[in-house]
Design a protein around this ligand. Structure first.
Ligand code: SF4
Length: 338
């Protein structure tokens, strides 16, 4: 049954659910093997590294699962200034990494023009692609940032279940999130979306719908992260996601989505010391090391004990070597636009 599904080109919802429900050791092995084959077919053994700069932990939203939520008064807030952001971008580029990810909460203290200026400066000084991960912003901002040279926008939908979406994100609607993603795509951004696995009330069917939504949105990158309960949030007492379930979702997503970039998330590396190695074996082809200065990074606590290295490169090189993979040299644009 599983093998029959794995031999198909396009999978229906029920088939995706069957793969996600697989428990038998041989079936799971076959799923991981297929995911690895597909990853190799499209991306070879190259792993794209994207250097993250978490430049502000301020956020206007109140997502129930997130330690950066506005109502978390216990969190000490910070904003990096433009000089610090550029210095960190230089540090990333000095390692040979060719994508800079500018990440923050929904922080409107950084105006559209501020971000425009930062993108322009990075683009004029470095040979690097820029991914923005700044939450939902004004459509006009997306437009000027694209004109400034931004290449990609990461905006996870978190759950494709509209009811759960409204539960987790007070006052927000899935319909709007999808609207933002479609608009970003229409502007020429390479878009990334994805979910959180293990959230309260989520079902296997919901996760199948998350993968299908990524397919329907025709994303360039899809990210599947484990939920980790964060103190000072309404979900602080909930159970964290199970590592093996997350790996299975990544593998099934690779089988369904084929040529999209799939990262090993920092959250996976946080809940499992060997999370990066395991993620690479489950269909991932991207790692996103964090270059935020340690003084700030500790405060970017979406969840506790976030994996963070002073210098992530030595560990990454040994992980790639052990996995028989190598660091990609280019900017790692979407295969869909090449
Ligand atoms: S998940 Fe994003 S938008 Fe929601 S509270 Fe956290 S940083 Fe803000």
């Amino acid at each position: 049954m599983i093998q029959k599904i794995l031999n198909k080109k396009i999978l229906r919802r029920e088939e995706i659910i069957t793969l996600l429900q697989a428990e038998d050791k041989n079936d799971i092995h076959a799923i991981f093997q297929k995911a690895d084959e597909i990853r190799k077919k499209y991306f070879g053994d190259e792993v794209h590294l994207r250097g993250i700069i978490e430049f502000s932990n301020n956020c206007e939203q109140n997502c129930l699962y997130c330690g950066l939520r506005k109502f978390n008064r216990a969190l000490s807030r910070y904003r990096m200034n433009e000089t610090e952001i550029l210095q960190t971008a230089k540090k990333i580029c000095d390692t040979g990494i060719k994508t800079i990810v500018l990440q923050s909460g929904e922080d409107f203290n950084f105006s559209g023009e501020d971000i425009y200026r930062i993108i322009k400066s990075i683009k004029s000084e470095f040979d690097a692609a820029i991914t923005l991960s700044l939450g939902e912003r004004d459509f006009e901002d997306y437009k000027i940032w694209k004109e400034a040279g931004a290449d990609r926008y990461l905006l996870k939908h978190e759950t494709a279940n509209a009811k759960l979406y409204e539960t987790y994100h007070f006052g927000q609607k899935l319909y709007d999130r999808v609207g933002h993603l479609n608009y970003l795509k229409s502007l020429g951004y390479q878009i990334g979306s994805g979910n959180l696995i293990g959230l309260p009330h989520q079902t296997i069917e919901d996760i199948a719908d998350d993968i299908i939504l990524c397919r329907d949105l025709d994303v360039d990158m899809a990210s599947f992260s484990p939920f980790i309960p964060s103190p000072n949030t309404p979900y602080k007492k909930q159970k964290p996601a199970d590592v093996n379930s997350v790996l299975k979702v990544m593998a099934v997503a690779r089988i369904v989505l084929k040529n999209v970039h799939i990262p090993v998330t920092t959250a996976l590396a946080t809940i499992d010391l060997n999370g990066r190695e395991k993620g690479l074996a489950a269909g991932a082809n991207v790692i996103m090391p964090n270059f935020t200065p340690a003084f700030y990074s500790d405060k970017y606590s979406i969840y506790p004990n976030k994996k963070s290295d002073v210098d992530p490169m030595p560990a990454l090189r040994s992980i790639l070597l052990a996995a028989g993979r190598n660091m990609a040299e280019g900017q790692g644009h979407s295969l869909k636009i090449i």
